[in-house]
Design a protein around this ligand. Structure first.
Ligand code: BG6
Length: 299
């Protein structure tokens, strides 16, 4: 049932519609619909869990075993990784942004029929370890899904050093039918082999075992070709120098309590951000805008 806050916020925007609902685990979420597509976004983590174009399969993978509980990460969709990527001693993996309930600031209609929703990361005790900053996340739903993570360094004196990543889980028909293009010749850190530095030799990467790679210094578009779903996904990005490719494969899937044993067959993470040596050093007063546009077409 929508809450009273929800009723005030829900509304129709041009041909688009935004509805505020109690989602799974009673976590608040937004349902956005446009003439082309629908999306679902949880306030916890400002987490897009679903995007689907009419007459297409869902774009994003969401685990059947995901937790939907306060302070627990959601497995699938697009976790917002900030202000660090990966483990950090004594702190939660991939930063605190994905665990917090973000504030819904506005939703805006556009004459072209798209619907944009803007979230803001609230002040949290964890943020006190960093220079003062404002973190906004704008999700624009149309025929495509566009995401912008805007970080403003409010400090007058201190540089803000951070990592960011839109940790996108894509749904695929069958992992054996998938190739990933756009990374040939790029240097990467192979996390499965203790961060060994390698150069991508393949024009069309296939996943046949656990893959966990950080591709560095690569601003280019990446494509996922899925011959089972007969779909090509394009990942266009701006202000992103890293692409992370992850599939847990069999053994790791079995170790993850919030992921099904066979679900590795139906997903691939291709994540856009700035991690490891591509971390951002944001001068005082400046804004960094990580932007990703996801689109799909028939193959
Ligand atoms: C990827 C990392 O981005 O996220 C992997 O490269 C990690 O090493 C994966 O296992 C999932 O992380 P988490 O914290 O959501 O289980």
């Amino acid at each position: 049932m929508p809450s009273s806050k929800a009723e005030q916020i829900s509304g129709t925007i041009g041909p688009g519609k935004v509805t505020f609902l109690d989602g799974r685990g009673e976590l608040p979420m937004l349902e956005v619909s446009t003439v082309w597509s629908t999306a679902e976004i949880y306030l916890q983590g400002a987490h897009v869990t679903h995007f689907k174009k009419k007459n297409d399969s869902p774009l994003l993978f969401l685990s059947q075993c995901s937790r939907f509980a306060e302070g627990q990460p959601i497995r699938g969709g697009i976790p917002v990784v900030f202000p660090w990527f990966g483990p950090r001693e004594g702190l939660s993996q991939h930063g605190f942004a994905r665990l917090k309930e973000w504030e819904l600031k506005e939703f805006a209609p556009a004459p072209d029929g798209s619907a944009s929703v803007r979230f803001r990361l609230p002040d949290t005790p964890e943020a006190s370890a960093f220079p003062s900053c404002t973190v906004d996340y704008i999700v624009t739903v149309s025929e495509t899904l566009q995401l912008e993570l805007a970080v403003t360094n409010n400090s007058k004196t201190d540089e803000f050093v951070f990592e960011n990543c839109l940790h996108t889980y894509f749904e695929v028909g069958e992992i054996g039918a998938v190739t990933i293009k756009g990374l040939k010749g790029v240097t990467y850190l192979d996390k499965v082999e203790n961060f060994a530095q390698k150069v991508e030799a393949d024009d069309a990467i296939r996943i046949t075992s656990e893959v966990d790679r950080i591709y560095l210094n690569t601003p280019g578009t990446v494509e996922i070709l899925d011959t089972r779903l007969r779909r090509k996904i394009r990942i266009e990005k701006h202000a992103s120098l890293s692409t992370v490719v992850w599939n847990p494969w069999i053994a790791k899937s079995q170790q993850m309590p919030d992921f099904g044993n066979e679900e590795y067959e139906r997903m691939i993470c291709v994540e856009s951000g700035n991690v490891s040596s591509n971390q951002i050093r944001l001068p005082p007063g400046e804004v960094s805008r990580l932007t990703v546009r996801l689109s799909s077409s028939a193959l």
